[in-house]
Design a protein around this ligand. Structure first.
Ligand code: NAP
Length: 246
């Protein structure tokens, strides 16, 4: 697959799924723009990509803050003159049963996982519409489709991402822009590695493929949706979950 000449902005790119997506796209020739709150890790990922002869730049920004996002997008457009691919990947969890959930836990998750997607899309969409080309992939979650106890905030944010994806897909389809969601199941990343072994094994019992997925498996699906040839796929949710939810 050849993405040379394409500029791909990936949020949450300093580790986990975002790092795998950025690495994969750079390997296909895209100029990747890495955005995250973890500056040191961003630098390390960008260096690894460059050592592998890829092209990467990085920007520290909190995606939940519209002004920071706008400033970042302006700088990226000044440097690269365009953004072809937007991968809204950054996300957080603040798990608690609703009975104990604090307002801050609700707000933090909705601000990053849902408002962050709004902020990036809002900052970039006018540019993509002007170019009459764009690919947006939003990372949702199996939890947004099937729910999970202790994650009312996270499930609401990820279900919200799916609604956002479908509405925006309808708004911009006639401008050559596709908007899709990828809903991973349980993937081995820093986000899930803190789960106790017993809980991980309980999940594995429920997954027909009998293992957690890898970040690279999610990255392959994102890459598929970003191709020029995926022009007729929009408003879809692609599950990458080992059969956990069908
Ligand atoms: P991860 O390892 O925690 O990586 C997410 C990255 O995003 C981290 O570097 C994180 O920084 C960063 N980030 C957090 N808040 C941010 C903000 N406000 N602005 C910019 N960057 C921010 O997560 P992951 O497992 O790779 O997950 C990536 C995406 O996939 C998330 O949207 C997640 O909800 C979704 N997902 C993951 C799984 C899974 O099993 N892993 C399953 C379904 C969906 P900090 O470390 O400082 O927070």
């Amino acid at each position: 697959m050849n993405f040379s000449g394409k500029v791909s902005l990936v949020t949450g790119a300093s580790q986990g799924i975002g790092e795998a997506i950025a690495t994969e796209l750079a390997g296909c020739g895209a100029e990747v723009v890495l955005v995250d709150v973890q500056e040191e890790k961003l630098k390390e990922v960008a260096n690894r990509i460059k050592q592998a002869k890829g092209s990467a730049s990085f920007y520290k920004a909190d995606i939940s803050v519209l002004e920071q996002v706008q400033k970042t997008v302006e700088e990226v457009l000044e440097k690269h003159h365009k953004i072809d691919h937007l991968v809204n990947n950054a996300g957080i969890t603040r798990d608690n049963l609703l009975l104990r959930m604090k307002e801050e836990e609700w707000t933090a998750v909705l601000d990053v996982n849902l408002k962050g997607v709004f902020n990036l899309s809002k900052a970039i969409i006018r540019h993509m519409m002007g170019n009459r080309y764009g690919r947006i992939v939003n990372i949702s979650s199996v939890v947004g489709l099937m729910g999970n106890p202790g994650q009312t905030n996270y499930a609401a944010s990820k279900a919200g991402v799916i609604g956002f994806t479908k509405a925006l897909a309808r708004e911009v389809a006639s401008r050559g822009i596709t908007v899709n969601a990828v809903a991973p199941g349980y993937i081995t990343t820093p986000m899930t590695e803190t789960l106790p072994e017993a809980i991980k094994n309980n999940f594995i019992d429920l997954i027909p493929v009998r293992r957690f997925g890898t970040p690279e498996e999610v990255a392959q699906t994102v890459k598929f949706l970003l191709r020029d040839e995926a022009a007729y796929i929009t408003g879809q949710v692609i599950n990458v979950n080992g059969g956990l939810y069908m």
